[in-house]
Design a protein around this ligand. Structure first.
Ligand code: WTA
Length: 656
């Protein structure tokens, strides 16, 4: 029996190595071949990618889908557990390899590393903690935590039990947390006493307490001690992480889940209503995040990979936790911020941890670029091989700066375009394979079939064009539903252009077929790479007792990419505009979080509305952009004179 198992294990390892060598695309000719194969025979292509994983039961069928009433299933009837593929699978071959390297907020504090074996043990332990609290497969668990290893441990512990994690970014307000907890009726909330961010301490438990005053589904709150500061305690509900872990065994067999069982929910803003719970399932997400991570970042055996995102966003889910661990890589988790103690923090960490692949957002690059090269100069950055960008279009200046001063003109930049809903990267260069052009996400990865449509829904086949970016065939990690409201998912992504997944982005395609993402074409603002719905901000502003109506649009912002511009009508004369604006900012912080605070607030006597009462946002956008050269036809407005009044008071137009 023992021999039999070890022989089987060796065969599996040899097979694994063989698949790994064909997995990584090494030349442009190979890319073209693989891409063609993935389009001609998607099922065969993805079956090969899925084959190297550990399955409890193999799938009957690779893909079953329709884009009409929308459903997609990958690896139908397969049974597996993603954490076995992230952890257990690596123990025999590389149990002592570093899985997570944690860099704390304060550079003077000691960091922490967890090998695959140590991470496995901690995940099993925390699974047992959750189990002891009655968590079973399918239950939802909310995680509201700082960037500490325990967040990754909690994510994986949920997955080991088949429980569905819903991570809420640590910058969100109590109201946002309770909205998200209530939408999916989470049973457990995991948080920490506080979080360190730069020179600030954020009292997460206080915020969580406020949220839990209106979340009837939460039975227990597990609190990790990070800052050691005072916390209020609700006996019977609140439990210390360390006390529960001390009681838990390190042995926890992984539950067998179906390929299409939910893995996680992640809330994201849309153009209307409350944020929607994007739901991803297990097998397709696993296969796709692994394949894309391995190809886009291609870490060598001893490399150190660092993605600076927060696990509260999709980038952290797919490319800090799942993708890297599935690939057996070493992934860095960073608790701090780019500008503290100074604007050299990223570069210092790269040298300290000998980082080889570095993945960040244009907004961070722009702010560090602005701080000056003296913050880069002390560091060698010689270990870097691949640089990544994500979350928003990267402007040419930032691209060139990144390439020249961080990559020393030798590291390719992978400008990766994707979304919470896509689960993984869809369009990106492959390093040292795809010829780069600054600001271009370039070409689709194998398995991805992008198209540009006219507003009427006609496919544009020529190059050198601009259109609405859609995808015409499913890839394994495509959104499955929006939690509790499948019709919203169908209508948002598949309703507008029948037969296509609509991304909400506009894009250009050049003469080489390269894509350049222009940005959102819906009412979503991309602030520092984070999606904020204009409707959400308007709802928050409208909660102020003086506000009659508001309209929120994007305005250009030198660091954040896009800023938030709010036009507000009040029901009375404002005595102190400053005091009023501060109150509005407070209201938005309370309702959503500081990330959604408007950059510009303009109190206006009216808004440009059509006779049917619809706000003409096009006009407001132009004013917010400081560009009134062509406001278009304003004759259909109920009161065209309002435009001149708004223009006269617009800070963006002062002096024009
Ligand atoms: C934008 C983040 C240009 C885009 C992974 C998309 C980008 C939205 C890029 C998704 C990029 C993301 N170039 N724009 N490389 N990457 N975007 O859901 O507008 O937070 O629709 O996912 O960010 O944001 P989300």
């Amino acid at each position: 029996m023992y021999i039999c198992n070890s022989v089987r294990q060796s065969i599996k390892i040899i097979q694994h190595l063989e698949v790994m060598s064909s997995l990584i695309i090494k030349s442009f000719a190979q890319y073209k071949k693989e891409y063609a194969r993935s389009v001609e025979n998607p099922e065969g292509f993805w079956a090969e990618r899925a084959d190297e994983f550990v399955w409890h039961r193999k799938w009957d069928k690779v893909l079953d889908y329709n884009f009409v009433d929308y459903q997609t299933q990958w690896f139908v009837n397969g049974k597996l557990n993603i954490t076995e593929n992230c952890l257990d699978r690596h123990l025999a071959t590389q149990g002592d390899k570093k899985a997570i390297v944690w860099e704390p907020n304060d550079p003077n504090d000691a960091g922490q590393t967890l090998t695959y074996r140590e991470l496995h043990a901690k995940v099993c332990q925390f699974s047992n903690v959750l189990k002891s609290l009655g968590v079973v497969q399918g239950d939802r668990v909310c995680l509201y935590m700082p960037m500490i290893p325990e967040l990754a441990i909690a994510v994986l512990a949920c997955a080991r039990l088949g429980a569905v994690h819903s991570v809420v970014f640590g910058g969100f307000s109590a109201q946002s947390i309770s909205d998200r907890i209530n939408d999916s009726a989470c049973k457990i909330l995991v948080t920490s006493d506080g979080a360190f961010r730069g020179n600030k301490e954020i009292k997460l438990k206080d915020i969580a307490d406020e949220a839990m005053s209106s979340t009837p589904s939460v039975e227990k709150c597990i609190v990790f001690k990070r800052t050691g500061s005072f916390v209020h305690w609700t006996a019977g509900r609140d439990l210390w992480w360390h006390e529960e872990m001390a009681k838990a065994s390190v042995d926890c067999p992984a539950i067998s889940v179906d390929s299409e069982d939910p893995l996680f929910i992640l809330y994201t803003s849309g153009s209307t209503g409350k944020p929607k719970g994007v739901l991803h399932t297990t097998a397709g997400y696993m296969v796709y995040t692994h394949y894309t991570f391995a190809n886009v970042f291609r870490p060598g055996k001893n490399d150190v990979y660092w993605c600076t995102a927060d696990i509260g966003w999709i980038t952290g889910h797919s490319y800090i936790v799942y993708g890297p661990l599935l690939a057996g890589a070493t992934t860095v988790m960073f608790e701090g911020i780019p500008t503290w103690p100074d604007a050299g923090r990223f570069w210092q960490v790269i040298d300290k941890l000998k980082v080889n692949q570095f993945y960040t957002a244009p907004t961070a690059l722009r702010s560090l670029m602005g701080a000056g090269l003296q913050h880069v100069a002390p560091y060698s950055l010689s270990t870097l091989k691949v640089l990544g960008s994500v979350g928003e279009p990267i402007n040419e200046e930032a691209w060139i700066w990144y390439h020249k001063y961080i990559g020393k003109s030798r590291c390719p930049i992978v400008d990766t375009w994707w979304q919470t809903e896509t689960g993984g990267i869809l369009i990106s260069p492959l390093p040292n394979v795809t010829k780069l052009k600054p600001t271009m996400a370039t070409l689709p990865l194998p398995g991805v079939q992008p198209v540009l449509l006219t507003p009427e829904g006609k496919e544009i086949t020529e190059n050198n064009v601009e259109g609405l970016l859609c995808i015409k065939y499913p890839w394994p990690s495509i959104i499955r539903t929006t939690y509790g409201d499948h019709e919203r998912c169908r209508a948002t992504y598949f309703g507008l252009f029948p037969g296509y997944y609509f991304t909400g982005d506009g894009a250009k395609r050049d003469e080489d077929g390269y894509y350049r993402i222009i940005g959102r074409v819906d009412d979503v603002i991309n602030v520092s790479g984070h999606r904020i719905g204009t409707a959400e901000v308007e709802d928050a502003i409208n909660k102020h007792p003086f506000v009659v109506e508001s309209a929120v649009v994007a305005c250009p912002h030198p660091i954040k990419g896009q800023g938030i511009y709010a036009f507000i009508i009040c029901d009375r004369t404002i005595v102190s505009e400053k005091a009023f604006k501060d109150e509005v900012l407070l209201e938005v912080t309370k309702q959503i979080g500081a990330i959604a605070k408007p950059d510009i607030i303009q109190v206006v006597p009216g808004l440009p509305k059509t006779r049917s009462g619809k706000i003409m946002r096009r006009i407001l956008r132009k004013i917010a952009e400081g560009d009134i050269s062509n406001l278009g036809d304003t004759s259909t407005l109920l009161d065209p004179s309002i435009v001149d009044v708004i223009k006269a008071g617009a800070p963006t137009l002062k002096g024009k």
